[in-house]
Design a protein around this ligand. Sequence first.
Ligand code: NAP
Length: 315
Amino acid sequence: MTEQRKPRVVADTPLADTVLKLMDNRVELLPWDVALQGCDEPVDGLYTYGHLEVDGSVMDRLPGLKVISNFGVGVDHINVQDARDRGIPVGNTPNVLNGATADMALTLMLASGRRLVEGDVYARSHEFTYYDPGYMLGREIHSETVGIVGMGRIGLEVAKRCAGFNMNILYYNRRERTDLPSELNATYTSFDDLLTESDYVVLVCPLTDETRGLIGAEQLSKMKQTAILINIARGGVVDTDALTNALKNHEIYHAGLDVTEPEPLPRGHELLSLSNVTIAPHLGSATEQTRFKMAELSVENLMLGLAGEPLRTTV
Ligand code: NAP
């Protein structure tokens, strides 16, 4: 009797222990080098844990590739059209991370508006010797106007949280949504109106050819001088140089960034020296609970694809 070989899967290692446990020795893991250098032996699956680029040339170097499974919902690092052309399904992890990512948007809004990081540094420093009611005045969140660019799965969760803060909600998508809960009172606006009217502009659209550089010098100049820009989408949605200039010149009040372009920024980058920016190292979905659900879903998609069955969630 011939022993069946385990499916061979290229992955960008090291993988988290949770992912490895879920794979439970059911696959033979191959290093990412195989995706770059090619392989004569069949390769059945590709598991993308970080954001390494996967295009048609990578797919063509892996003979017999049946599935690409991505740990995450954003697939801007994968050429989905190339995969479609080759009949390879691409799995991702929508919905399970909506809550955590929306929580992060609110975390950045609150931290940016209320100058939390600056305050933390000051509270720990020797300079903090007395309470002064006049220092570190921030911007309010409650009852202000939020403009959500990308009212999709995560955008809706952001809106629900903002409604809890009694915020006036504007949003911009390419298409108006007719299925939004009426109690949100969310108003569909043009992109320009959203920029000029919002106190908080929250970016939560995918990074595509259309959205790359969506926020540049022109758009920043339309925002209120007191406005706060939040990016929990992808760094490339914002022109980093234009944002650095706008913050340096106080054209807007503050930026709260979960993502940057490039990511990470070079250590000496000017943006990192500014006090009116709050930056997280891409922590949108980074909770123990959510990362576990993402691991479960991405491994399930991988195993389904390897078995030639439809994936639970595809792009
Ligand atoms: P989604 O449900 O597909 O929602 C995306 C929304 O963006 C849709 O409402 C879409 O509406 C809108 N959109 C697409 N292209 C647009 C354009 N050119 N201009 C304006 N709006 C546009 O996706 P999701 O699950 O909410 O995720 C959104 C993105 O968040 C992901 O792609 C990912 O990059 C990012 N993300 C980041 C983190 C993090 O850790 N920071 C975590 C999770 C996700 P229309 O199609 O009508 O335009």
